[in-house]
Design a protein around this ligand. Structure first.
Ligand SMILES: CC(C)(COP(=O)(O)OP(=O)(O)OC[C@H]1O[C@@H](n2cnc3c(N)ncnc32)[C@H](O)[C@@H]1OP(=O)(O)O)[C@@H](O)C(=O)NCCC(=O)NCCS
Length: 378
């Protein structure tokens, strides 16, 4: 069967904005059938990165596909100087009635060409494991390989404030201090971005907080840190886009039903309820979570409770989300609902010879425990 011709070109804000937003709304992503609402700025997810592009596919004056990409330098252990130029692929959408005509593949191919012309060594993407259209396209057609399986932890926000132990001190740190702490303690974490200062200075960044036990040492000007301490930064995703789920997992629906029944029968228990995910909602993303010291798990939990209390003050924020390395011990200290949390699948591909030489080491080695998940890629 002959397919109609389509062209791939760069996104043009003034003429494409409404069409891209309309396409985004018509494309349900993955088994949860989630839909993203970008609130008038379709490139809001990439515009905070050092280099970015959005490409669109057009067929007979109709916008039928879109893809976004960004380029940055990150820490990669197998690399000679521990840094590599990587390209992240995101936001691939093809209009439901134009699928299986090669449009998705053409968009990926053109984005990879842009990466290559800009010296990118590795391209990578993240998807839900059960999104077969996406995994087939990237892994079978474009030879991406499974790289990491970070865990997405989700905690619903309800309007009950946590009491933080008076033994714990939580303080906001200035951007310069946050940058210095991140470079010193997380600079060698896999995928740590070399332009961390841009993230910390961004208007979506609500701040960085450190926690320590009173009397357990201070953060000194000489770089001294307490015996036990923890750190977190918060990014307000809801400011630029909202999410809506089309389908919740069956287990989640059953749980919600029985939970609200118990709540009605026993109101004295003040049960935490699940937010309504079927109308657009915003969320806070906790990133750069770090802990040091044998008792620092308690401090991580206190920071998470602090962030939850902060989220209670935002009408649109229904969940607090974190993403951590698949083997990260932080999972024991970050409050989350197992029912809502899931595994992400990151796939990677070497784009040039330098990347190829080191590729085996990168993709075959045991993944490090920790992973830096850039809030700009959520
Ligand atoms: C994923 C998506 C972009 C694919 O676009 P497309 O234009 O249909 O892709 P192509 O026609 O280029 O297909 C390329 C290959 O991908 C795989 N593929 C595409 N759709 C598939 C599906 N529904 N089931 C299984 N494999 C599929 C096939 O291997 C296909 O090759 P083939 O047609 O030779 O068998 C499209 O289905 C979509 O927009 N889905 C919703 C949004 C989404 O999930 N985006 C990915 C987020 S990471």
């Amino acid at each position: 069967m002959a397919f109609k011709k389509f062209i791939i070109r760069s996104y043009e804000g003034h003429s494409d904005r409404a069409k891209v937003e309309d396409l985004e709304r018509r494309c349900k992503v993955g088994p949860s059938e989630s839909v993203l609402y970008t609130m008038g700025d379709p490139i809001c997810r990439i515009r905070n990165s050092p280099m970015y592009i959005m490409l669109v596919a057009e067929m007979e004056n109709e916008l039928v596909g879109v893809i976004q990409g960004l380029i940055k330098m990150v820490t990669v252990h197998s690399h000679p100087n521990n840094m590599a130029k990587v390209g992240y692929v995101l936001g691939l959408r093809v209009s439901p009635h134009s699928r299986r005509k090669g449009i998705g593949s053409s968009l990926v191919r053109r984005l990879e060409e842009w990466f290559t012309s800009n010296g990118v060594e590795y391209a990578y993407m993240a998807t839900e494991k059960e999104n077969h259209a996406s995994t087939n396209l990237f892994m079978e057609k474009f030879c991406y390989t499974k790289f990491r399986t970070p865990t997405i932890l989700i905690n619903p926000v309800n309007h009950h404030q946590f009491q933080i132990s008076p033994d714990i001190e939580i303080a906001m740190v200035k951007v310069e201090e946050a940058e210095s702490l991140y470079r010193r303690f997380m600079g060698s974490t896999e995928f740590f971005p070399s332009d961390i200062e841009n993230i910390l200075r961004n208007k979506l960044n609500l701040g960085t907080w450190v926690a320590s036990f009173r009397g357990d040492g201070d953060f000194g000007l000489d770089g001294k840190v307490p015996n036990n301490w923890a750190m977190v930064s918060v990014w307000n995703c809801g400011e630029i886009f909202k999410l809506k789920l089309g389908k919740a997992p069956l287990s989640c629906m059953l749980f919600t039903k029985s939970w609200s029944l118990i709540g009605r029968m026993l109101p004295c228990m003040k049960l935490r309820t699940l937010p309504n995910f079927f109308s657009p909602f915003g969320f806070f993303f906790m990133y750069g979570v770090y802990q040091e010291g044998p008792f620092s798990g308690k401090l991580v939990r206190a920071l998470c409770e602090f962030v939850h209390n902060m989220a209670c003050g935002s009408a649109q924020c229904k969940i607090v989300v974190t993403e951590i390395g698949g083997r990260d011990d932080l999972i024991h200290h970050i409050p989350h609902w197992k029912l809502l949390s899931c595994q992400d699948l990151w796939c990677i591909k070497a784009l040039n010879s330098e990347g190829s030489n080191k590729f085996g080491e990168l993709s075959n080695t045991q993944p490090p425990r920790t992973l830096f998940v850039d809030p700009r890629e959520v």
